[in-house]
Design a binder for this molecule. Sequence first.
Ligand code: SAH
Ligand code: SF4
Length: 442
Amino acid sequence: MNNKAFYLETFGCQMNVVDSERIVDLLGNIGYRQVDEPGQAGLILLNTCAVRDKAVRKAYGHLGRFKPLKDRDPTLILGMGGCIAQQEGKQLLEEFPYLDLVFGTHNVHRLPEMVQQVAEQHVRCEETEFLDRETRLQLFPVRSGQEAFTRFVTVMQGCDNFCSYCVVPLVRGREISRPSGEILAEIRDLARQGVREVTLIGQNVNSYGTKEAAELSFAALLDQVNAIDGIDRIRFTTSHPKDLSDELVECFGRLEKLCWHLHLPVQCGSNQILRAMNRGYTRERYLEIVRRLRNACPEIRLTSDIIVGFPGETEADFAATMSLLEEVRYAEIYSFIYSPRRGTAAAEIVDTTPAKDKQERFDRMLALQQEISRQTWEADVGTVQEVLVEGESKLGEGQLFGRSTWNRIVNFSGPAELAGSLVPVRITRAYRNSLLGERVLP
Ligand code: SAH
Ligand code: SF4
């Protein structure tokens, strides 16, 4: 008799989070239940990320930690999925003799059969081929109900942008948009289950529908989501600046449910590097979009991704990124030191900048941004913000947590019944990663 408990670890972006929710459902259908302790599991799966070398090393590190469990119990099934699995394929089985199964980003639906095969026939298996468009359109993940007030909804998959540093187009395949009717039906269903906030996700949601005949534009899709009863808040990620239409900018001024936050990765502030990155916009064009967004919605706050140390980045290029940060004043940034990825165009460029210079630039940038972020959040103290309460916080009994429209965590005290509602909270303190407040009673 097999041990039908499974342990699942998820790395990386929202795509993997959604795929992991799907994995939980699929394995549930064949009688597996999820456990929190790898030691209790008969099946251990890692859903991996390949976007930077650090993420890859972390996944391999975790895989290695499970080897002693397998040595102790040879019936334990060890599997790897996600973006590393997609990129490495069969090679992983050769490299890790204790690994039993490898499934790619287009093959999640095959997992139940693969697991059964390994368990019953004691074979090792690998499936990492990309599927054709029609088949993929049938396989958009709809997940079963979970007790949550906020959910991700996938609107598109894959990426055709080929930014020169990025492995995503290689491991997630070509871009496809999910039919809008299906998206809206899923959101209506979520609203009926009590979900109050949806985040529409995809690698590049702004190009939603542009490659399909007779599909809604992304802005028109937002209009329709805005009309769904029971949904109070809408977010979306990720946005590519080159595809951000005027129609979408206007949504921020027009749609009352659309949150006042946009993650708009700029990557860097120098035109020469933006060109080498194949980003498809200039610094000037990006700043123009920011101006339009702020005209449409003066309260909007932006966040961004920055890559430091792209091959050929000079001190002057880096200074352009620093001045852009000062000009835009992002609420928060996610910054990374460039990591060469096999198969990408940038991996071929000779990189002469010493690692210590990159680290030093990275530290300088972090110091600048930390100060800007601190000023942004400290200015919140004394204001009243509407918080969507997600549940009880870990801070103690009677403590609740939720998020503001700007996606900041707000902690305050109140009765547990407030979970799922929008509550006005006066901010009393600002911390690095959260705000503290008091409920404003009507
Ligand atoms: N589709 C999204 C997310 C891409 S990956 C987007 O276009 O924004 C998330 C972030 O990882 C990117 O925005 C980029 O800043 C960073 N990233 C991607 N490839 C990288 C690499 N090779 N080295 C360092 N950072 C990278
Ligand atoms: Fe990668 Fe660029 Fe596609 Fe984002 S838009 S996933 S950074 S290739």
